[in-house]
Design a binder for this molecule. Structure first.
Ligand SMILES: [Zn+2]
Ligand SMILES: [Zn+2]
Ligand SMILES: [Zn+2]
Length: 116
C-alpha cells in the first residue's frame, strides 16, 4: 500500500508514509495547542472547563473510558499503568511500575521533608 498523499510506501495503519505521518502529528500538535490557547476542548468544539483542556462532558467521558480500561485490566491480572500489558502477580501494577511508584513516593516524601 502506498501513502494517501504521495507515492511513497505507507507505514502503520493510517495509510501514510513516514514523512506524512510526521506532518500529520505536527499538524495535530498545532491544532491541540491552538485549542488550548483558545480554551476549546481538545475532544470536541465546546468551550473547555476553566483551567482544563477538555470540556466537562469529555472529562466525564475520559474518566469513564479510563475506568472501564482500568477495571478490565485489573480483572485480567494486568498492570493498570497506561499502555502497560505486563502481568501483576496479584498486585495493582507490574514489578516495573510498582518500583517506579515506590521511587516516586519516596521522592515526594523527601521533598516534603525538605520543605519544612
Ligand atoms: Zn506521503
Ligand atoms: Zn469536549
Ligand atoms: Zn506496568
Amino acid at each position: 500500500m502506498s501513502c494517501m498523499k504521495c507515492e511513497k510506501k505507507a507505514v502503520g495503519d493510517l495509510g501514510l508514509c513516514k514523512i506524512h505521518l510526521v506532518e500529520r502529528r505536527k499538524y495535530q500538535m498545532r491544532m491541540r495547542k491552538n485549542r488550548i490557547k483558545n480554551k476549546v476542548c481538545t475532544g470536541c468544539n465546546k468551550p473547555a472547563t476553566i483551567g482544563k483542556v477538555r470540556c466537562e462532558q469529555c472529562r466525564l467521558e475520559d474518566r469513564r473510558r479510563y475506568k472501564t480500561r482500568y477495571d478490565a485490566k485489573k480483572a485480567a491480572g494486568l498492570c493498570v499503568y497506561e499502555g502497560c500489558q505486563l502481568p501483576t502477580h496479584g498486585k495493582a501494577q507490574c514489578d516495573k511500575h510498582m518500583e517506579l511508584q515506590r521511587k516516586y513516593i519516596a521522592k515526594k516524601r523527601k521533598q516534603a521533608k525538605k520543605g519544612k
